[in-house]
Design a protein around this ligand. Sequence first.
Ligand SMILES: Cc1cc2nc3c(=O)[nH]c(=O)nc-3n(C[C@H](O)[C@H](O)[C@H](O)COP(=O)(O)OP(=O)(O)OC[C@H]3O[C@@H](n4cnc5c(N)ncnc54)[C@H](O)[C@@H]3O)c2cc1C
Ligand SMILES: *[C@@H]1O[C@H](CO)[C@@H](O)[C@H](O)[C@H]1NC(C)=O
Ligand SMILES: *[C@@H]1O[C@H](CO)[C@@H](O)[C@H](O)[C@H]1NC(C)=O
Length: 355
Amino acid sequence: MSPSNESIIVVGCGVTGLSVATLLQSEYPSAVLTIIAAEIPTGHSPTADYASMWAGAHYRPTRGSTPQLKQEFDMAVRTAGRMKRIAHDHPEAGVEFMQGVEYLEDPPTEFSSIKTGDVYAGPEDGFRVLDQTELPTGVEWGCEYRCYCVNVSVYLKWLLDRFMSKGGRLIQHRLSDAQEAFEYAQKIGLGKVSTVVNCSGRNFDQDPKTKIIRGQTVLVKQQHHQTVTRQCRDGSWAFLIPRPRGGGTIVGGTKEIGDPEEQPRPEAREKLLRNAVDFFPDFVDSIDRFVVLKDNVGRRPWREGGYRFQTESVGPDKRIVHGYGAGGRGYELSWAAAEKIVALVAASVPANARL
Ligand SMILES: Cc1cc2nc3c(=O)[nH]c(=O)nc-3n(C[C@H](O)[C@H](O)[C@H](O)COP(=O)(O)OP(=O)(O)OC[C@H]3O[C@@H](n4cnc5c(N)ncnc54)[C@H](O)[C@@H]3O)c2cc1C
Ligand SMILES: *[C@@H]1O[C@H](CO)[C@@H](O)[C@H](O)[C@H]1NC(C)=O
Ligand SMILES: *[C@@H]1O[C@H](CO)[C@@H](O)[C@H](O)[C@H]1NC(C)=O
């Protein structure tokens, strides 16, 4: 098989599938690339299952000593590097760098060793541990650094436009599972396909390690100038995420494991707005001053142990490369995840059909 007719299908048009498709395209310009997805960024009223439409989305680094957290730290820093170039070269992509602030009421013990000047979000992030006198009441540890926020609908459309303008194809269709993509490709005349990349979030629901984490947020008209996160002692979180390019601010957010409710709960909205007034009074100082644009409910595609990056052989010269399970971090890990998935695709194509 010659490189020019290697046909690859990416299932999924969320931030993971789009990043993978874009990267495959730039590294292997002669491959024929098709995205098949039930939901796409230009569709109307996305369902709660299309997680990428419901993210804040900000980059909030996390530290930790488990292998998963360590790997994710490296992935986040790599992704931040690429996002920096995108924000600089393509302001229309909806990615903007700004100040990030964190307030922790109950910091993990390892936070006591973090010092001003450490790499927290990436190189040259201006990381600074806040002085005790700068902390709001009830907060034990705080910091600030440079990070980025994403206007998600603008960013996904930007990725998709680039992919299509370079010859990528998009087919909107619901499959019963990733395996079905092989037969579907034959049926619609895509030619012989040996590799299907499975970036379906958690929506096929066959992997017992995946779970929903429901997230409810409120989009308000007021525009904040920085992204702020407060971790509360009871395990809940409050955050503000500005949507770059005048999209208002996301006030969040809940993290409800296994909760399938698709409708916004009015009492949750009330609590999110009240917390924002209590914790971030320099944003909006009274609950009736908020101009609410929208209640959002999304399902984070969480997976125990993190992403599944794996090649599965499903028949003679047929393989599925899995790349799903981003949980609550699909944007901030996106480019590093895409690099890993693309490396698996490249390694799995037989030597005589190298891309
Ligand atoms: C409230 C909330 C706040 C969040 N905040 C942040 C944040 O601040 N920062 C951050 O990095 N992340 C955040 N996230 C997480 C982020 O949204 C996800 O990690 C990310 O969107 C996952 O992307 P994905 O492409 O893997 O999956 P998805 O976006 O779910 O995309 C899956 C794709 O697969 C397609 N698909 C599924 N089933 C089928 C089928 N049967 N046939 C064909 N196609 C199918 C879908 O249609 C879709 O195109 C947040 C999430 C929520 C809900
Ligand atoms: C593809 O990904 C989904 C998660 O959305 C997973 O449940 C499924 O097992 C994977 N494999 C196939 C063949 O669909
Ligand atoms: C994204 O930014 C545009 C402006 O470019 C704005 O009109 C839109 O409301 C924003 N979208 C969201 C969902 O915030």
